[in-house]
Design a protein around this ligand. Structure first.
Ligand SMILES: NC(=O)c1ccc[n+]([C@@H]2O[C@H](COP(=O)([O-])OP(=O)(O)OC[C@H]3O[C@@H](n4cnc5c(N)ncnc54)[C@H](OP(=O)(O)O)[C@@H]3O)[C@@H](O)[C@H]2O)c1
Length: 283
């Protein structure tokens, strides 16, 4: 099986390296293209056998799966470049949330899926969010899920849930890292602990908490009940969080959705589609 990656920035490179590390793909199965040369050249240097090209159409040509790993506003030009080389048998995977499956199906002859990855896949962990277009057959879905399960937990979602699911699975690591950073900085400022030590303890705590929630059979409520015994120090801390976080997640969800809606509008313009007609609509 040949797999192409168009765009080898942060996510394209991360996916390639995770697939290679997991053993799901070998370098000779991969062809990668990128607008500027150095990022793709670095990958080829690190993984002998991995083919790179400056031409997106050349990378896609003959590949069974084509991952589109460019930013949303670069989609229109990339899709235009690929239209003539793609065929009905290929699977095109978009990793970006606002570009709708129906819109892509209207522009290219291939089968289309949207898979939103997460930085957590570089640790071969985290959920990848999978949305399948109307041309995807059960065997295509199986192939994609087999591939994605080598680096993540593939999780099927509805396209209308893309934003909120991406907030949690894909933006979530940055949100949680921000909270840990704030907490550790304050801990270092107020007590004798060093910032490094506070971050290390917090990271181990997050690792363990994730395991308890995924493999340990705990729900978030049960975890709180087990740790925050009545009258204890944890209960005091939870009371502070209850007060301080009031409305924060509502604001966060509203902010990400607002930005997403802006991106949808700009994409409609770039694709020359009627506003609200193409991007992120149910396929
Ligand atoms: N970062 C995340 O955690 C994350 C998570 C889930 C999904 N995503 C999605 O993944 C997509 C890529 O994000 P990213 O963080 O990887 O961005 P990025 O680091 O900027 O990478 C995008 C890459 O696309 C290349 N590119 C742009 N136009 C191109 C073209 N016409 N042909 C070939 N390559 C082209 C860029 O090349 P240059 O070197 O010339 O700039 C760059 O290397 C975005 O849509 C984002 O929403 C990101």
């Amino acid at each position: 099986m040949k797999v192409a990656f168009i765009g080898t920035g942060s996510m394209g490179s991360l996916l390639i390296e995770a697939f290679l590390r997991s053993g799901a793909l070998h370098p000779h199965q991969i062809c990668a293209s990128n607008r500027s040369k150095p990022k793709a050249e670095l990958l080829a240097k690190r993984h002998p056998g991995l083919r790179i090209t400056h031409c997106n159409a050349e990378a896609a040509n003959g590949s069974h799966i084509v991952f589109l790993c460019v930013k949303p506003l670069d989609y229109p030009s990339v899709v235009t470049e690929l239209t003539d080389v793609l065929n009905e048998g290929q699977i095109v995977v978009s990793i970006t949330s606002p570009v709708g499956i129906a819109l892509l199906e209207g522009r290219i002859p291939s089968k289309v899926a949207k898979i939103i990855p997460s930085i957590t896949h570089s640790a071969l962990a985290g959920a990848s969010l999978c949305i399948y277009g109307s041309r995807i057959l059960p065997e295509d879905r199986l192939l994609l899920e087999q591939l994605m399960s080598s680096i993540s937990l593939p999780t099927a979602i509805r396209e209308s849930e893309t934003r909120i699911a991406s907030d949690i699975a894909s933006c979530g690591p940055a949100f949680i890292a921000f909270i840990l950073q704030q907490w550790a900085q304050e801990a270092a400022k107020l007590t004798g602990i060093t910032l490094d030590e506070a971050v290390r303890l917090g990271a181990e705590m997050l690792h363990g908490t994730g395991k308890l929630l995924t493999e340990g059979g705990f729900t978030p409520q049960e975890l709180q009940r087990r740790v925050a015994v009545p009258g204890g120090v944890t209960a005091e801390g939870i009371a502070v969080l209850q007060n301080g976080l009031q409305g924060v997640f509502k604001q966060l969800i509203e902010a990400t959705h607002r930005k997403y809606d802006d991106d949808l509008g700009r994409l409609d313009l770039l694709f020359g589609a009627k506003p609200g007609s193409g991007a992120d609509k149910e396929a």
